[in-house]
Design a protein around this ligand. Structure first.
Ligand code: ATP
Length: 267
């Protein structure tokens, strides 16, 4: 949609996110507190880091975390996907990168979320092409320009940390890499609980425990979302307006984990 790349305030809170406790605390310290209390940093005479990189397998909450950071700090949120900025015409991709940062400057405090960063800034030697090197350089220039306290934070995300240009990770750029892992059994229970918040369920505790079982091994958060949708459809077919244990039992047989070994080997 054409709203892409414009500022909004997302309606995601920390409570909508299950597990990921450590990453949440790190984001709270790295971004939310500096946005809410810039005077603390000014008093001590240090600048807060302006960029973090969320990396990890697909569907494990990177986008959700970025939205919650913006909402919790009451900052504007600009969300783009790396490939959307790429344009085959000479100079257009660089212009698109600059446009994102200039929009952010006109709506501070602002969190810029860049999903699929790897498409935008592949390692310059690998990619080979001159045009992609120019995009990387433009992005670096914009990031470096943020070191002054302007109220703009960048959260980038990738499933392919292996192909990102190393220069991104230097101090003052995306200097804090935060790993967002595939959830383990207990974490799946926490995520399903978060997804079921405000949903009409019978026996929440019992249903959430299903996520701990072997049937859900390898599920990402996104797969747990799919589980909830399958259960919902099952309930609708039964002509009931509440989600019950049997709906989730059935859904477990329908949803397969989407993150395979090959993908996990990247991490
Ligand atoms: P990708 O790398 O594919 O962009 P992602 O890591 O950004 O994926 P999200 O888009 O944040 O993943 O997650 C997809 C959906 O899965 C969310 O909208 C949410 O419904 C669910 N989900 C994922 N992780 C969690 C979580 N930790 N708690 C609650 N819901 C989650």
């Amino acid at each position: 949609s054409k709203r892409e790349g414009f500022a909004t305030i997302p309606d995601v809170s920390w409570d909508d996110i299950g597990a990921l406790q450590k990453v949440r605390e790190q984001l709270q310290t790295a971004i939310v507190e500096p946005i809410k209390q810039p005077e603390l940093y000014a008093a001590v005479g240090i600048t807060a880091p302006t960029g973090v990189l969320l990396w990890g397998p697909p569907g494990c909450g990177k986008t959700l975390l970025a939205k919650a950071v913006a909402a919790e700090s009451k900052a504007n949120f600009i969300s783009i996907k790396g490939p959307e900025l790429l344009n085959k015409f000479v100079g257009e991709s660089e212009a698109a990168v600059r446009r994102v940062f200039s929009r952010a400057r006109s709506s501070v405090p602002c969190v810029i979320f860049i999903d699929e960063l790897d498409a935008l800034v592949p390692r310059r030697d690998d990619a080979g092409s001159e045009s992609s090197a120019r995009v990387v350089n433009t992005f670096l220039t914009e990031l470096d320009g943020l070191s002054e306290r302007q109220g703009i934070w960048v959260i980038a995300a990738t499933n392919r940390p292996d192909i990102i240009d190393d220069a991104m990770l230097r101090p003052g750029r995306l200097e804090t890499p935060l790993f967002v892992d595939l959830p383990g059994p207990g974490e799946r229970v926490e995520i399903l609980r978060a997804l079921l918040r405000n949903k009409p369920v019978d026996n929440l505790a019992e249903i959430a425990e299903l996520a701990r079982t072997e049937a859900c091994n390898g599920y990402s958060g996104a797969d747990l979302g799919a589980l909830l949708r399958q259960a919902g459809q099952h309930a609708i077919h039964r002509k009931v307006a509440r989600l019950e244990y049997q709906d989730f039992q059935y859904a477990c047989t329908q949803v397969k984990g989407s993150v395979n070994k090959k993908v996990m080997n990247r991490f």
